[in-house]
Design a protein around this ligand. Structure first.
Ligand code: PLP
Length: 485
């Protein structure tokens, strides 16, 4: 017995490193705060993209230890100074990220207290906070209070939970799968197609709907295809629309699609991961008309509410459909299941244990209110307008007037291959890296995309982007001249 105690005490001494004392905690935090302040203060001067690879060997786990100072040096060199920088206002590629500071405080508090957010029995407060946020979102998107929801790691999982509910509501399994039809736009985010494969619906029939000149679903075509499929003995069951596509930011005609879904008894899912929170702005309210007709909706606070990566959300009206796959009673959970009035997040998601991610949104909303978030979204809409005016003045061709804050442009040529010219232009823009833009292909045309969603993107950022784009364009033009093109 004494020997056992001695061994435990010896191990206790060794494992004490996992619980630094107060002085040590202060010192560590101070170092981190110094680093964070430098990081944020210098963001304006840093590039938004640095096309370098990380030195993999630096990250190897060995027996030795490093000081926080050493770690921060490595971090600064190998992580913060390489690749795309979502914390930078110069990030205008793909769909930009956020990273508001007060969300980091929420994460810090969540990590220190480590509340168990999966089940109400374990942390009634954490779960109530999640429900409060979900109820707020239900009211924003015109969903009934009876809808269920979940705070997820991001849009991909949010979409997957919704599509799983659609599958189970319509009992799409076995021989039904090959006869079941899903309607969507070719501009739909690929995570939805991935989700269909993950949930066993790889072999459903996929119908690509016709789009209008602004890349929005044509509801007439939806109606026509559904009728044809029904006549052919197939089973239409799901329509997936977007409130803000990734390619062009297009918002599909939600009300028209929703009414067709109601009439034809189809599950209507909306992927609003990028565009959803623009519903907070006056300008966009009418565009989102009919969003409440959806059976399910995916949104991404780590995009439209400027949070650091790691927060999506899903809302679903049909609770039973969700519970079919996600609700589970295991014997070892019996204590936790006695109090059944509150819906446990674990019953609406594949996750049991989850990060207490409500706090990273709830805390900023408490500290700031919603007004600065709304102002920031409005600012992004106007910056997009400003950017387009500047591009037009400089002689670029523009894609159609965007619904939200994603748009595209290209440099036109009187003679020569426009696609290859613009491909070289984006390469040059990446080489510069002050502002990060990406490209896409719209109807066979290679175009350069701009996506303004970072809370740190400001007028100066757009001006800097213009300067960079013009320099890059002159460089590519000069190369052509040298080649005699
Ligand atoms: C970003 C995005 C997704 C995927 O969400 P993640 O948070 O990256 O998992 C889905 N749909 C749209 C429209 C998006 O913009």
């Amino acid at each position: 017995m004494n020997d056992l105690k001695d061994r435990i005490l010896a191990l206790q001494l060794q494992s004490a490193a996992l619980e630094p004392g107060e002085g040590e905690r202060d010192r560590l935090l101070e170092e981190l705060q110094y680093y964070s302040n430098n990081f944020i203060n210098s963001l304006g001067e840093q590039k938004a993209y640095i096309g370098e690879k990380a030195d993999v060997s630096t990250f190897q786990i060995g027996e030795g230890t490093r000081t926080l100072k050493e770690v921060l040096e490595i971090y600064s060199r190998e992580v913060a100074a390489k690749g795309v920088k979502p914390a930078s206002g110069g990030h205008m590629g793909y769909i930009p990220g956020g990273g508001i500071f007060t969300a980091a405080l929420g994460d810090y508090l969540a990590d220190v207290t480590n509340e168990y957010a999966g089940i109400s029995f374990a942390s009634p407060g954490a779960v109530a906070m999640e429900h409060a946020l979900l109820n707020w979102m239900k009211s924003l998107f015109n969903f009934p209070e009876t809808a269920v929801g979940n705070l997820t790691s991001g849009g991909s999982i949010a979409n997957m939970i919704a599509l799983t509910a659609a599958r189970d509501k319509y009992v799409i399994k076995g021989a039904q799968i090959e006869k079941s039809v899903v309607y969507l736009s070719e501009h739909l985010h690929h995570c939805n197609l991935k989700a269909l494969r993950i949930i066993g619906l790889e072999d459903v029939v996929i119908r690509h709907l016709q789009l209008d000149e602004r890349s929005r679903i044509d509801p007439g075509d939806l109606e026509k295809k559904v009728n044809e499929d029904k006549l052919a003995g197939l089973k239409p069951f799901l329509v997936i629309a977007s409130a803000g596509t990734t390619d062009t930011g297009a918002v599909d005609p939600l009300k028209d699609i929703g009414e067709i879904c109601l009439a034809e008894d189809l599950w209507f899912h909306i992927d609003a991961a990028y565009g959803g929170f623009f519903i907070l702005t006056e300008k966009c309210k009418s565009m989102f008309r009919g969003i409440g007709l959806a059976n399910s909706l995916a949104i991404d606070p780590h995009k439209g509410l400027f949070l650091p990566f790691g927060l999506g959300a899903v809302l679903i009206k049909d609770r039973e459909a969700v519970f079919h796959s996600h609700h589970h009673n295991a014997n070892y959970m019996q204590d936790a299941k006695e109090n059944a009035e509150v819906i446990d997040p674990a019953d609406v998601s594949p996750e049991l244990t989850k990060h207490f991610r409500a706090l990273r949104l709830w805390l900023p909303l408490q500290l700031h209110g919603t007004a600065p978030f709304i102002a920031c979204l409005q600012e992004k809409l106007l910056l997009t307008k400003y950017f387009r005016i500047k591009l037009k003045e400089a002689g670029f061709k523009l894609g159609p007037e965007p619904d939200l804050t994603v748009s595209y442009f290209w440099w036109p040529l009187a003679v020569g291959d426009e696609n290859s010219f613009n491909k070289r232009l984006i390469k040059e823009i990446h080489r510069d890296g002050r502002v990060f833009l990406t490209s896409t292909t719209i109807k066979g045309k290679f175009v350069i995309r701009l996506a303004i969603l970072s809370f740190r993107s400001k007028i100066e950022t757009v001006d800097r982007a213009m300067e960079m784009i013009l320099t890059a364009k002159e460089k590519v033009l000069a190369e052509d001249k040298d080649l005699g093109i």
